[in-house]
Design a protein around this ligand. Structure first.
Ligand code: NAD
Length: 374
């Protein structure tokens, strides 16, 4: 089994899909690993580090030659993958709905494409979940960006020159990113409150030492639901939530929004009128910016000012932590392939009826096979 690790070519992408630790582990399973030169450039991994772990380092053509598996962070241009073995696995965050033509081209080229971001959110797959590993880092970085843009300090400070009050941070959407945002803001000494539509998050907010702010009179989402995801809320819920947010937000310094609804645009949680009610100098970081944004007037990838409030439309923040983001992504990929490793065959064997295989497999035998691509 030859595993090829390719260098990312998308603009702004800084991560890589393998690190020396996972290279060593693949070799220990009996595979050989070839890494394209410069793959670890932004993640502070030199070609020599990959070589020291046992990988061969070479050009794209050299690493792809007769490769049985290709590891990437984002799906590469299909034309750049010539030379891999027939039936080679292509594993990465392939953006199947946004890149249908590319997925079709992978199928035509005989590649077996596996989309890491479609890994089922079940306990067995937690260590393979790239959405979680990257969202966790994004939640952390959102608070750091807010602190950087904020003209005041986060913790309470009692000094000889007087007292500085703690910053008030409000986190909207308490999934993986939101939980890390709460934890980070708490560690930095802020007073933190948080809200979500899923009532199961109330306990999690309390356990991190933050204050839950919940819609009380209209039912939210009980239990963990289908995969623990939110759905679109009723007009009645949305109205009550907007009133609650209006009164709370005017007293906040920093708001971090992370709310997403799978398969739908991000829910609008903050209106322009609500921004106008915030104190001058407040900061909003919208982690849902690329999914349409939780905040009116937010622009993905940019920082804009409205009513003396800075709105940061966060792009993919995990990319700004390339070393950690790559390490976690690479381990997710390793954990996935090694879970299916067949010692006798010397390679991963992916059973058709396995939930993780069904969830991630996009192409098989030259065809698109995923039900969501039907
Ligand atoms: P997500 O990124 O899809 O959404 C972020 C948060 O926004 C969610 O908590 C959601 O409830 C919330 N939200 C949506 N609409 C909202 C609104 N109108 N107002 C306020 N909040 C709103 O979520 P995620 O981080 O992917 O996590 C979703 C769930 O999946 C959680 O229950 C999490 O524990 C679970 N999960 C399970 C696994 C696993 O078992 N492998 C891994 C990761 C996450």
């Amino acid at each position: 089994m030859k595993i090829a690790v390719i260098k990312e070519s998308a603009p702004g992408e800084t991560r890589c899909a393998a690190i020396p630790e996972t290279v060593k582990k693949f070799i220990a399973l009996g595979a050989s690993v070839a890494v394209e030169g410069g793959t670890g450039e932004h993640a502070l991994i030199a070609d020599a580090d990959f070589e020291a772990a046992g990988a061969a380092v070479g050009s794209r053509n050299e690493v792809l030659k007769a490769a049985d598996a290709i590891l990437c962070v984002l799906g590469p241009d299909p034309a750049s993958l010539a030379g891999a073995a027939k039936g080679a696995l292509l594993i990465g965050a392939l953006d199947p709905l946004g890149r249908r033509d590319a997925i079709q081209a992978y199928a035509k080229a005989g590649l077996e494409a596996l989309a890491m971001e479609w890994m089922p959110r079940i306990s067995r797959a937690q260590s393979m979940d790239v959405l979680s590993s990257q969202s966790n880092l994004a939640g952390y970085k959102a608070v750091i960006e807010a602190a950087d843009a904020f003209g005041r300090a986060f913790p309470m400070m009692m000094t000889a020159a007087g007292t500085i009050s703690p910053a008030k941070v409000f986190v909207m959407g308490v999934g993986v990113a939101g939980l890390q945002a709460i934890a980070t803001a708490r560690r930095m000494g802020a007073q933190v409150s948080a809200t979500d539509v899923r009532s199961a998050t109330r306990e999690q907010i309390l356990s991190l030492g933050a204050k839950p702010v919940f819609v009380e009179n209209v039912a939210g989402i009980e239990g963990e639901g289908a995969g623990g995801y939110a759905t679109e809320m009723s007009p009645e819920y949305q109205k009550t939530q907007a009133e609650l947010v209006s009164s709370h937000i005017a007293k906040q310094d920093i708001v971090v929004t992370t709310a997403l609804i799978p398969g739908k645009p991000a829910p609008r949680l903050i209106s322009d009128a609500q921004i106008a009610a915030m104190r001058a100098g407040s900061i909003i970081v919208d982690l849902a910016a690329e999914a349409g944004g939780n905040v009116e007037g937010c622009v993905a990838g940019q920082s804009v000012r409205r009513h003396d409030v800075t709105i940061i439309g966060a792009g993919n923040l995990a990319r700004s932590l390339p070393a950690d983001a790559s390490a976690l992504f690479a381990r997710n990929v390793y954990n996935f392939l090694s879970a299916f490793w067949d010692k006798d065959a010397g390679k991963p064997v992916l059973p058709d009826d396995d939930e993780l295989v069904k969830g991630t497999r996009l192409t098989h035998g030259g065809k698109l096979v995923h039900e969501r691509l039907g």
